[in-house]
Ligand binder design. Structure first.
Ligand SMILES: Cc1ncc(COP(=O)(O)O)c(C=O)c1O
Length: 389
């Protein structure tokens, strides 16, 4: 059996007529940059995520850069984040001239650990460090960070919070105020519409969401070069605009998003059950992903942009699966604090042991909505065959 890692063609086939019609309408309008489609998407995604404002931008990476610029973060500042994330999270910090400061993750969820964050912040505070300006929690793979711990610390240390929800559109968190969605809890939150995301465009795209009107206005100002009145510039921004065609396509896809989340959750339940029924979990060969909010009142306890297991002999298993027609991926093979481009930050191996161990053990399996039960079972039985051999 040959299984794809992601089947975007199958998804397109299922909504082809709606998409094609919307694309044709947009072509007829000949309105390609920002405009009514982008504004409508902003409104719909703000509503979907539970925020008041949204700003459509050119990518998730640009959404991070624009967020930091909007908060006035730059040269001489530092921003704390996880070393176990896609490069763009820390890359964005460096791109605005600030310094990434890393903090280890929780073993169970792969998300930034509030206990480690407290240690990092306490030690910076004791050193008299005045440069820390923000924290970027990343809702990795589609499950929310334990935001209570992060928000309490941010308040205590007067830090801005930018949620990186590139992998977690619509993921929910049981907060004291009730169920909240990713992007609604920090000062700003970012989304990515990279095609492999649960809400993926037909190209690059992203969004910044916020409940703060002043920040919302500044986001829009900086999105178009810092210009409120054409050819007059109050401040230096950039071109971070979202295309109308992307927005039009994403508006069609947004209507299907909850159904796709649900299908991914069902696939994860099938994987979980099959792994538990095999002896792989009991014998410690495979650890299935933790779902820490599953028994609370939240519906989207995990949106499974990725279904990531921890395994023994990971690289050998990956080769074996490939030879049997099962593609997998490794998110991420090297923690960011050990990347060559960040060597001047002075971190060394052993600084973030939980993150480093995760990078040796994680393996993402196909989880896209259109997978069928036979395919899911084939993946698990092929893993069983590997460890039995
Ligand atoms: C956690 C995280 N942050 C940021 C990004 C950047 O998003 P984009 O690819 O849209 O620039 C990604 C994309 O993969 C991501 O996974």
């Amino acid at each position: 059996m040959n299984i794809p890692m992601l089947d975007l063609k199958a998804q397109y086939e299922s909504i082809k007529d709606e998409i094609n019609q919307k694309v044709l309408e947009t072509l007829s309008s000949q309105r390609f940059i920002l405009g009514p489609e982008v504004e409508a998407l902003e409104q719909e995604l703000a509503e979907y995520s539970g925020t008041k404002f949204a700003c459509g931008v050119s990518s998730g990476s640009d959404a991070l850069i624009l967020s930091l610029m909007t908060l006035g973060i730059g040269q001489g500042d530092s921003v704390v984040t996880t070393p176990f994330t896609f490069f763009a999270t820390a890359g964005g910090i460096a791109r605005v001239g600030a310094k990434p400061v890393f903090c280890d993750i929780q073993e169970e969820t792969f998300n930034i650990d509030p206990v480690c964050l407290e240690e990092v912040l306490d030690s910076k505070f004791k050193e008299g460090d005045q440069n820390l300006k923000a924290v970027i929690p990343v809702h990795l793979y589609g499950q929310c960070v334990d935001m209570k711990g992060i928000l309490d610390l941010a308040e205590r240390y007067n830090l801005n919070v930018v949620e990186d929800a590139a992998q977690a559109v619509g993921a929910e968190y049981p907060s004291q105020e009730g169920v909240q969605r990713a992007c609604a809890m920090g000062h700003l939150g970012i989304l990515s519409f990279f095609p492999s995301k649960n809400l993926g465009g037909f190209g690059d795209g992203g969004m910044v969401l916020t409940n703060d009107e002043v920040l919302a206005q500044r986001l829009k100002l900086l999105r178009t070069h810092g210009s409120k009145n054409k050819y007059f510039y109050d401040t230096i921004g950039g071109n971070f605009r979202l295309d109308a065609l992307q927005a039009a396509i994403l508006r069609v896809k947004l209507k299907h998003l909850n159904g796709w989340h649900e299908a991914r959750m069902q696939n994860a339940i099938t994987y979980d059950r099959s792994f538990k029924e095999s002896d792989l979990v009991e014998n410690g060969y495979v650890k299935i992903p933790a779902t820490v909010y599953k028994n609370s009142s939240v519906r989207n306890y995990h949106i499974y942009n990725q279904y990531v297991i921890r395994v023994q002999r990971r690289n050998e298993l990956q080769e074996f699966l490939k030879s049997k027609g099962v593609p997998t991926a490794i998110y991420y093979p090297l923690s960011l604090h050990l990347q060559e481009c960040f060597s001047d930050l002075g971190y060394t191996k052993g600084d973030f042991p939980v993150s480093e161990k995760a990078s040796e053990e994680v393996l993402a399996l196909p989880i896209f909505p259109e997978l069928n039960k036979d395919q899911l079972e084939y993946v698990v039985s092929t893993i069983e065959n590997f460890y039995r051999a």
